[in-house]
Design a protein. Structure first.
Length: 96
């Protein structure tokens, strides 16, 4: 399996994960302070959505990278590829 080679993509994914990590710490605090289960559940759903979003983004970044390397997307067709991958990202984001 290939690694993500783009520094921008890695930075984006790490930032998304750091936000989710902060949300998890917030949930831990909420539980410690005795917040309602409904409020905690709402925050848990938000973290799950953030992680799902990060996963989809990582998948699309991987596809983009591999399409360039393995398929050899010709210069001038990158906009077409980007449009296609935007659609894939939208579709994957709706799974769930």
């Amino acid at each position: 399996m290939a690694l993500l080679t783009s520094d921008d993509h890695r930075t984006d994914l790490l930032n998304r994960l750091k936000r989710a990590e902060g949300q998890l710490r917030g949930i831990q605090r909420m539980i410690s302070e005795g917040e309602s289960c409904l409020d905690v559940a709402g925050q848990m759903a938000a973290v799950r959505k953030a992680l799902d979003s990060a996963y989809v983004r990582m998948t699309v970044c991987f596809m983009q990278q591999e399409m360039r390397a393995r398929v050899g997307i010709e210069h001038g067709r990158e906009a077409e590829m980007e449009s296609f991958l935007d659609e894939v990202q939208t579709l994957l984001g709706k799974v769930r």
